[in-house]
Design a protein around this ligand. Sequence first.
Ligand code: QAP
Ligand code: CO
Length: 184
Amino acid sequence: MALLPILSYPDPRLRTIAAPVKEVNDEIKTLIADMIETMYDAEGIGLAATQVDRHIQLIVMDLSENKDTPMVFINPKVTPLVDEKQPYEEGCLSVPEVYDKVERPNKVRIEALDEHGQTIDKEVEGLLAVCIQHEMDHLNGVIFVDYLSKLKQTRARDKVKKVLKVREKQGERQATRETQPVNA
Ligand code: QAP
Ligand code: CO
């Protein structure tokens, strides 16, 4: 198992359109395991393959309290079941520390394959409905900040830049501490 680097907004690779998965083989299964591990490590509830620079139609999610119920969606098709849209506060592992309201249909049908290649066909609502639409957007090169004003997009860009800089510094300090001899 391995942690995969997550692309950050506004990386142009996040605009790539994902291709369908042809076969759920061992390579895909390894990627699924690595994406789940990466999502848990980053304390996320959803991750699309696009975000780890793999441009195939694959999403992992875990909305459970104890982070013990991962869900896998391959080649998903999402159909809104209501006309009305509801606002929901969204975030994204590719847009760290930026959160804002996005309006989406609150009830959708999900058709997909799971990690065993078995068909999923279910109607969902609430957070699961919102999250699958957010992740589906990634497979189509769309990021939640695209729905916000130009001003908020500029602020998001600046915020991400700042967060990445701070994280870089913290990473360096951590590396330095770890290489200090114990009896120095
Ligand atoms: C998508 O997003 C989502 O900024 C999944 O510092 C989120 O897992 C759909 C995260 C909310 C609907 C509602 C974000 C973790 C996680 C951050 C995530 C952060 C740490 C985002
Ligand atoms: Co996202």
